[in-house]
Design a protein around this ligand. Structure first.
Ligand code: ADP
Length: 584
């Protein structure tokens, strides 16, 4: 979607979205809104009829019965108006809830389609933030346009016709007041569009510092709550400065618009007073216009200052949602990776967005099918980045990765599994925490228990009182596991999923070195016959791997088996000897 396309374009796109997702509800809403608009005009017409019939009754031109009928018609018109007012407002709220559900679904779907690398880009995160913000506003921006057409315009057109039949000059003067108000709103739309663009990154920064300041664990331990509060207030100050400027501009425009409205109101009152004195309109028409003119102006100010004014402030946000969901990645066909195949890296290089430095350079190697490859190296050497490329989460900046002869990103992840450093801690039962990696099949309790044992999860009454049915996490009154136990749950989850290719990316930071070595060796045994990649900086864990790659500054420094690398007496041996000293 074109950015900065404005209220009308965004609303029309939004209405198409609502029409597509909630067709019946939208059409019903239009009917209610239209009837609501008509009901206000009926009030005016029947008020005039009643006043005219009372005057005729006094002059003995009509019977009491016809005056009573006019009275009942007027009462019915007022009652109808009140009912339609309630129905219209209530239905708008129901519609907004239904649309909110659809907008959320669309955001989730779109986020799901995004490349993992996009989440490393601050601009893309701003974009998501803006879309979520805009989704909440979309329905009300669209309802503003629909209400303007089906309610306010219906009312103004019918009132215009009514006033024209009384005196053409009356309806023309209303139009003359209406137009300047409309123009002034374009200025507001522009102002708030610019505001939304500049404020999104600052708002994200504000939210981040606020969450840091609210952190009761680490932040408080370091005693840096005040530091984050200060940063939060400084961002808030900048945000408020932008807001103040936009609000000031809006207030000046509003003042101008209100002045025009008040002048117009006075002119019309004066005109009808003159017309009734000259007996050019009836006393009934005078009373009806007098009673309705206030309503006419309050509706005019409501639609322009409040409704369109509000929508103009929020249209930029709604536009962000529309353009976010309209964007789409050309998703790969996701060919299923059946059985196993060699994984080949050809001249692979990779750079993160907004980063000048290549995180990976000149990678050329093959992981034979069924082989266990260990990637070792110091922090920052590129191990995690390489795993993400192998899993097809990131696409190489240069070169290519082939699974058999298919590029990695075109292969579906159906037969792949991974255990990441930043694994999830699902607040569900232990069983569901593990079975979630294979939702295609119903959970197999015996297999889960066997895997738990392999992953080193100890069942005792204190930590897991209900075995695999124990609820995990304090949020739902479940058992709180230690960091090491959570890591074992993540490992169990990874190996529960059926896979031909698996990556274990160091999810063992809080497990002691000896236990980690046991887990890695257990893992390598479990993966026997399957292609596996294990990542670690503790070399003793991977001695039994088929092949070891030593990463340094994003490149392969050495490769071979443990024995070969020890014999080479290079980087691997230096690291190995150093680490051996730690454990002596
Ligand atoms: P390792 O797993 O060996 O610790 P990584 O793969 O995490 O190393 O990082 C390799 C390099 O890429 C490092 O220089 C790191 O600073 C950089 N890097 C990692 N993540 C990002 C990111 N999101 N944006 C920019 N650079 C990154």
């Amino acid at each position: 979607m074109k950015k900065g396309s404005g209220f009308l374009y965004t609303s029309i796109q939004g209405i198409r979205f609502i029409l597509h997702t909630e067709t019946g509800m939208l059409l019903l809403h239009l009917l209610f809104t239209f009837l609501h608009g008509i009901s206000w005009t009926l009030q005016v017409v029947f008020t005039q009829r009643f006043f005219d019939s009372v005057q005729s009754l006094v002059e003995r031109n009509v019977s009491l019965t016809s005056s009573m009928i006019a009275l009942w018609c007027m009462i019915a018109a007022y009652a109808f108006c009140q009912v339609m007012n309630g129905v219209d407002n209530c239905h708008a709220r129901i519609l907004s809830l239904a649309v909110a559900k659809q907008t959320n679904l669309n955001i989730y779907r779109r986020v799901d389609q995004m490349d993992c690398i996009e989440f490393e880009d601050a601009k893309r995160l701003d974009y998501i933030n803006q879309a979520i913000h805009g989704a909440e506003d979309l329905v009300w921006v669209c309802l503003t346009l629909l209400d303007t057409i089906f309610f306010y315009t219906t009312y103004f057109v019918f009132m215009g016709i009514y006033l024209y039949t009384l005196k053409p000059v009356l309806s023309i003067s209303i139009l003359a007041i209406f137009l300047p108000c409309l123009i002034s709103n374009f200025i507001k739309i522009r102002t708030f569009h610019d505001l939304e663009t500049v404020s999104a990154p600052i708002r994200r920064e504000c939210d981040y510092y606020e969450s840091c300041a609210a952190d009761v664990r680490e932040t408080r331990l370091w005693g840096v709550n005040d530091y984050f509060k200060q940063r939060f207030y400084s961002c808030l100050k900048t945000l408020n400065r932008f807001l103040m400027r936009a609000q000031l501009k809006k207030s000046v425009v509003n003042l101008l618009m209100d002045s025009i409205t008040v002048i117009g109101y006075g002119v019309i009152l004066f005109m009808i007073f003159v017309f009734v004195l000259r007996q050019e309109i009836t006393v009934g028409a005078f009373a009806a216009v007098l009673a309705s003119i206030g309503r006419l102006f309050s509706f005019m100010s409501e639609v322009i200052s409040e409704r369109i004014g509000w929508a103009s402030e929020h249209v930029a946000a709604a536009e962000n949602f529309m353009s976010f969901v309209a964007d789409h990645n050309d998703q790969s066909s996701g060919q299923v990776f059946c059985g196993q195949a060699d994984i080949t890296l050809q001249g692979v290089e990779f750079k993160y967005p907004q980063s000048e430095k290549f995180a990976l350079k000149n990678l050329d190697f093959t992981i034979r099918k069924g082989q266990t490859l260990a990637i070792v190296g110091e922090n920052g050497s590129g191990k995690t980045t390489l795993c993400r490329l192998l899993l097809g989460l990131y696409t190489p900046t240069k070169g290519q990765i082939l699974i058999g002869d298919i590029p990695a990103r075109d292969v579906s992840d159906e037969n792949w599994s991974a255990i990441y450093q930043d694994y999830c801690r699902y607040k569900m039962t232990l069983k569901n925490n593990i079975a979630i990696s294979n939702t295609q099949q119903s959970a197999d309790d015996a297999k889960i228990e066997e895997i738990c044992e392999k992953a080193g999860i100890v069942f005792n009454h204190e930590t897991l009182p209900n075995g695999i049915e124990t609820m995990l996490g304090r949020e739902f009154d479940g058992a709180e596991l230690s960091g090491g136990q959570w890591q074992r749950v993540a490992i169990a989850r990874g190996i529960y999923r059926p896979y031909d290719f698996i990556v274990l990316d160091e999810p063992t930071s809080v497990i002691d070195p000896l236990e980690e070595t046991r887990l890695y060796q257990e893992f390598i045994k479990i993966c026997e016959g399957k292609t596996a990649v294990v990542v670690t900086h503790r070399l003793s864990s991977v001695k039994i791997a088929d092949c070891i790659i030593v990463m340094k500054d994003g490149m392969i420094a050495e490769h071979g088996t443990h024995a070969e690398l020890m014999e080479k007496n290079g980087e691997y041996k230096r690291m190995y000897d150093m680490q051996s000293r730690w454990y002596v």
